[in-house]
Design a protein around this ligand. Structure first.
Ligand SMILES: *[C@@H]1O[C@H](CO)[C@@H](O)[C@H](O)[C@H]1NC(C)=O
Length: 223
């Protein structure tokens, strides 16, 4: 490249960088240097998690504003975002009932499934706890819970599919985010060992079923 071309190129890159920065209004306060966000521990932590999920864009969007660099807390936030989305999905279903009065039973069936999903979330949180110790010690059962939460979304949509295709489309739009975020949490749990390794975090993930009421002793699963 000749000099003027190089210069134009540099200006272009700068413009693109500042446009990207302006498109992102509310950064956590600690991330002062926005231009260098991609080089921050936060961005590296988010990337180290999101590279394992199918929809990387949604994952990054979800975690970008969570004010922690701790991979374990970021992973918890992903599950938490999924739970919030499921709750919003239930509100959505309630809101479309007047429009589909004759099909209310179908909407109620879906609500029932999403309520089961919320029950599983409650158990998930008991197991996942607040730190790596509980997360690793209850790994198997946590993964199972997320798998069933994802399954409840599929059941909801499959059931409606046999009743009314338009209603299914509408419901899919309303509960889709919960389903997709749950899918990402599932991806993260499926690859949790590799994700933690990527951060140099050593933890032995317990592959046996555990009881939500009785977390396993710390010493057994941690080294
Ligand atoms: C969920 O993911 C599917 C497949 O990637 C996509 O088509 C859909 O728009 C997503 N839904 C939402 C609400 O994000």
């Amino acid at each position: 490249m000749n000099i003027p071309t190089k210069l134009a190129f540099a200006v272009l890159i700068l413009a693109a960088a500042s446009a990207a920065v302006m498109a992102v209004p509310a950064e956590p306060k600690t991330l002062v240097n926005k231009v260098n966000y991609v080089f921050t521990p936060h961005a590296k932590a988010v990337a180290g998690i999101c590279r394992f999920v199918q929809d990387k864009r949604l994952c990054c969007k979800t975690l970008k504003h969570v004010p922690t660099d701790d991979p374990v807390q970021l992973i918890r936030s992903l599950a938490s975002a999924a739970e919030t989305a499921v709750k919003n999905g239930l509100k959505f279903l309630d809101g479309i009932k007047p429009k589909y009065q004759s099909k209310e039973f179908a909407i109620k069936g879906c609500e029932k499934n999403l309520n089961y999903a919320l029950e599983d979330f409650a158990e998930f949180w008991k197991l996942a706890g607040k730190d790596l110790t509980s997360m690793a010690g209850n790994y198997f059962t946590c993964k199972q819970k997320i798998t069933s939460i994802f399954g409840y979304h599929s059941t909801c949509l499959d059931d409606i599919n046999g009743i009314d295709k338009n209603l299914r489309k509408e419901v899919e739009g309303g509960v889709g985010l919960g389903k997709n975020l749950t899918g990402e949490a599932l991806d993260v749990y499926a690859d949790l060992k590799d994700i933690l390794n990527g951060f140099g975090i050593k933890a032995k993930l317990n592959e046996k079923e555990t009881d939500p009421l009785q977390p396993p002793p710390i010493s057994e699963y941690y080294y």
